[in-house]
Design a protein around this ligand. Sequence first.
Ligand code: XMP
Length: 318
Amino acid sequence: LWNMRSFVEATTQALRQKIGTERVICALSGGVDSSVTAVLLHRAIGDRLTCIFVNNGVLRQGEAEKVVRLFRENYRLNLVYVDASKSFLKLLEGIVDPEEKRRRIGREFIRVFAEEAGKLGQVKYLAQGTLYPDVIESVSFKGPSATIKTHHNVGGLPEVMPLELIEPLRELFKDEVREVGSELGLPEEMIWRHPFPGPGLAIRILGEVTPERLAILRQADAIVLEEMKAAGFYRQVWQAFAVLLPIKTVGVMGDERTYENVIALRVVDSTDAMTADWSRLPYDLLARLANRIINEVKHVNRVVYDISSKPPSTIEWE
Ligand code: XMP
């Protein structure tokens, strides 16, 4: 079709024309789609773009700081950082139903985002990193018509805010977005980030989301990413993450009986998340992951590997 350099040039021109002297906001998650969208917009309209990053309290270890730092260091774009973690965690108290978690997080996200957008005033457009698969597939995570899981994102915003949508990546696939990102000079770290769901770790903690359980999952998850990267497997898989199960099992440490949590590892190969297969990781790597998690993460005494494909399983556990 067209190469990514001409895509960048043509899109920048088109965005300038369409937007004129109006203002645009963009919900930035730090994922590759929203990051590329933000950088494209920034290239086109500079200061008239404001990005909003919402910390929903269920992000990975160090994630909020990392995204904010990457953007502040690399771009002079307007970035509003909102730490709403307390209100999100409050809303999740006592909630175990996956769909209820998703609904609560989605609603609160929209509330926080609308509040911030309101403070800016005079905004005409909302930019989103919608991709082609999101447009065509009914289980898309950014489209409004999710059928299997209530996928959360900012797709519902125009209903509460009279904003026009701008979706510059609508015709691209994930690998093309990564090429555009690379054309735009985005840091490798951003370009190759795995997808991360809007409801974040909340849907990877089965059962209630508590600060203690979040701390356990964050540590396990950080080990998974670190070891996947160290072994050179991070880029080869679609996603790799830890899930905290709502059960305890018996173990032994020294000559003491333990009764602690189970971590499940989920690592999948995929091209568009519509179908996926579990990654055939080397046994050595799996062994290292299990050993490190059990040795280093307090309150975990067992690690299991998820060998289910999608369908019939989904990538996330909730
Ligand atoms: P499932 O679990 O349905 O996930 O196989 C497919 C892909 O979508 C991601 N995912 C989400 N992304 N908001 C998002 O932005 C969500 O609510 C959401 N739920 C799942 C998931 O990580 C996988 O890449």
